[in-house]
Design a binder for this molecule. Structure first.
Ligand code: NDP
Length: 337
């Protein structure tokens, strides 16, 4: 009986093995974003040569008809779904209607069109911030939906959780191969440095550069500094995404991170030192810390043979160099292009 079950498992695994070859037609949704650009770079560096993209101006992924027409015409075989409405604490709170509407629409349209037009394999990106606010640490994949969500990003989280569930439901009912992963906080070149909408790391980097250039004596930083966060350099995530596309065929989502976290106070100090700012940090405790801690358990990826390569110090140096070479403080005004 055991042998029969093992045989069946291998057969199912083999039947899901998609032919992800260098000439496969690959659609990277969200190729202009932080993650999408890193995935494009990794695909190109590994020799993939049949990649299709559309900007949001060319194809609004919230529009079902446009998405269906695009899939009918292009018939991609592999999809990296890195298009989403993404923001830091403030943006997720201020624009919570956009966070839930845009993300639900983008996911529903792409996932359903991928099923209808027989995409062989799709990777959906969740996020570590959609785990319950107070779940045990480090966070295992199975803790999803085990408790109340963080209030400041509930709309975003509900949308993203729906995307994960949708992948599983389509795999169950239609036999698709829609996989997903849960990246921790990301950073790197092409991040969003706009202080109104950015995540904590790019916001701090931009603030310290500005303070240094303008000789400001203090830099106010949101919260108490006590919350813990984990950060992954985006090129490492892109490598993980390709690794999963090649090697992973299960419905269960999988965490992608370094497994190491630090306090926001330590992060701020590290960025301050990297930038070379000599002034003081002042904590604005009227602002929320968000979730107190969210460190991922990355043992599933480790068991499969993948781990992050870039240290925080290396990643910050690369990001700062990119920031200076690509507009510097002008990037604070808007989303970089
Ligand atoms: P970005 O904001 O950098 O990029 C998102 C991309 O989505 C943009 O390039 C944009 O295209 C595209 N997009 C947004 N709305 C639409 C639309 N209506 N139609 C077509 N395209 C659209 O996000 P990230 O790269 O940071 O995030 C990508 C994924 O990674 C998301 O699913 C996110 O949840 C996940 N993730 C991100 C983390 C992070 O720290 N950044 C952490 C964990 C997960 P255009 O530029 O053409 O307008």
């Amino acid at each position: 009986m055991k042998k029969l079950l093992l045989g069946l498992t291998i057969l199912i695994g083999l039947s899901l093995q998609a032919d992800f070859s260098l000439t496969s037609k690959i659609y990277v949704a969200g190729h202009n974003g932080l993650v999408g650009r890193a995935i494009m770079k990794e695909l190109e560096s590994q020799g993939y040569c049949n990649i299709i993209t559309r900007s949001s101006r060319e194809l609004d992924l919230r529009n079902q008809q446009s998405v269906n027409d695009f899939f009918a015409q292009e018939k991609p075989k592999f999809v990296f779904l890195a298009a989403a409405k993404v923001g830091g604490i403030k943006a997720n709170w201020d624009f919570q209607a956009d966070a839930i509407y845009d993300n639900l629409m983008i996911q529903c349209n792409i996932l359903h069109a991928s099923y209808v037009h027989k995409v062989e394999k799709l990777l959906f990106l969740g996020s570590s911030c959609i785990y319950p606010r107070d779940c045990p640490q480090p966070i295992k994949e199975e803790y999803l939906l085990s408790g109340p969500l963080e209030e400041t990003n509930k709309s975003y989280a509900v949308a993203k959780i729906s995307g994960l569930q949708m992948c599983q439901a389509y795999n169950y009912q239609y036999g698709t191969n829609f996989i997903s992963c849960m990246p921790t906080n990301l950073y790197g070149p092409h991040d969003n440095f706009n202080l109104q909408t950015s995540h904590v790391l790019p916001a701090l980097l931009a603030k310290f550069v500005k303070a240094k250039q303008e000789n400001l004596p203090i830099v106010p930083v949101w919260g108490t500094g006590a919350a813990y966060r984990e950060f992954l350099y985006v090129d490492d995530l892109a490598q993980a995404c390709l690794f999963l596309m090649k090697n992973y065929n299960k419905s269960e989502t999988v965490n992608v991170g370094t497994g190491v976290d630090l306090t926001i106070a330590d992060l701020a100090q590290t960025i301050k030192d990297t930038v070379g700012y000599a002034g003081e940090i002042i904590w604005d405790i009227t602002k929320s810390d968000g979730t107190p801690k969210k460190q991922l358990d990355v043992s599933v990826m480790a068991q499969m043979g993948w781990q992050a390569k870039t240290t925080l110090a290396q990643g910050l140096e690369k990001t700062l160099a990119w920031f200076h070479a690509n507009g510097g403080l002008r990037l604070i005004q808007g989303r970089n292009g």
